[in-house]
Write a protein that binds this ligand. Structure first.
Ligand code: SF4
Ligand code: SF4
Ligand code: SF4
Length: 306
């Protein structure tokens, strides 16, 4: 069994999460040889005859696209590993700016850059938008998470390598959260820096925008457990994915309206920076953008002057 891990537009955190299997990686490499992974070994190109390719990162530029096509051709199965690969991830937020502004910011305006630096000519060109891996190539399995959590990978990776199927929870983050709903009287929207949430009650009920109910679980509700609202890093829950008439923004507005009795229109007006708050991990996915009621297309148009 030959496995490979390809890196596209991402931070390599998903590959590091494979290394976070700790001792279990020893039994994994007894059953499977890692033949290609630019992050963990010195190898430049994927060989032919790969059994399972794990692809991390989104498709943002021409090089990402070429590398994806190459590894798809050379692999029997392809796994989108991590939320960048599954839904475009945070690279998708780059669509809110045009490429000249992005290059200027990265090469000239950050502390390590210089105002007079020429913009690079030799880096691969951006595609007109970010794509998830499945928007460009056939994907056999999706493993979400930014990055996928260690406990989940410990179950799924050995099974994939053996060719077994495993039954895993398909529920939302809320199903893994042990907070209880408290009083929602005088509910108002709070930003994360406003106050310290109480640790027992649902964060959404306290006014914090917790996306747990619209987010796929399998992280053990890690953030609410640490008193931080879920920001949706595991990608959308199955009901959001399966229903054309459901979308993260609209579903959250409806949930808050049901909870508080505040009219949906008033809630919509209160929401600002919808791209970063509701879609930070999914804005780069055609699946999410094509939803009939998604706001994504308009947000991209507003944000980018390309
Ligand atoms: S999903 Fe998260 S951890 Fe993985 S490559 Fe993207 S940003 Fe990094
Ligand atoms: S909305 Fe957030 S805090 Fe409330 S139950 Fe769901 S995950 Fe927990
Ligand atoms: S709680 Fe939400 S943001 Fe935190 S790890 Fe889980 S899915 Fe990601």
């Amino acid at each position: 069994m030959k496995i490979a891990i390809e890196e596209l537009a991402g931070c390599s955190g998903c590959t590091i999460s494979v290394l976070d299997l700790h001792e279990q990686i020893l039994s994994l490499i007894q059953q499977a040889e890692i033949v290609y992974s630019p992050v963990i070994m010195d190898v430049k190109e994927p060989p032919e005859g790969i059994d399972i390719a794990f692809v991390t990162g989104a498709v943002r530029n021409e090089e990402n696209q070429e590398r994806l096509k190459t590894i798809r051709k050379r692999s029997k199965k392809l796994v989108a590993l991590g939320t960048c690969a599954c839904y475009g991830g945070i690279s998708g937020l780059s669509m809110l700016s045009n490429s000249v502004d992005i290059f200027r910011c990265v090469y000239q305006e950050v502390e390590t850059g210089k105002a007079g630096n020429p913009l690079p000519q030799e880096v691969p060109s951006f595609l007109y938008r970010t794509f998830a891996v499945g928007d460009i190539a056939k994907v056999d399995y999706y493993i979400t998470g930014c990055p996928p959590k260690e406990k989940y990978l410990q179950t799924i990776l050995p099974a994939l390598v053996k060719g077994d199927t495993v039954q895993l929870s398909k529920k939302s983050v809320c199903s893994e959260c042990d907070r209880v709903m408290g009083s929602v009287d005088k509910w108002h929207l709070r930003r994360r820096h406003e106050g310290i949430p109480d640790r027992e009650h649902c964060l959404l009920g306290q006014g914090y925008l917790c996306l747990g109910s619209v987010t796929f679980g399998r992280c053990g509700a890690a953030c609410p457990h640490h008193n931080i609202p879920c920001q949706g890093c595991n990608g959308p829950s199955l009901d959001i994915l399966r229903e054309p008439c459901r979308d993260i923004f609209n579903m959250m507005i409806r949930r808050i309206a049901d909870l508080t009795g505040i009219p949906q229109k008033s809630l919509e007006k209160e929401m600002y920076d919808v791209a970063h708050v509701m879609y930070p991990y999914t804005i780069g996915s055609l699946i999410m953008e094509d939803k009939e009621i998604s706001h994504i297309r308009d947000l991209i148009k507003e944000g980018s002057s390309q």
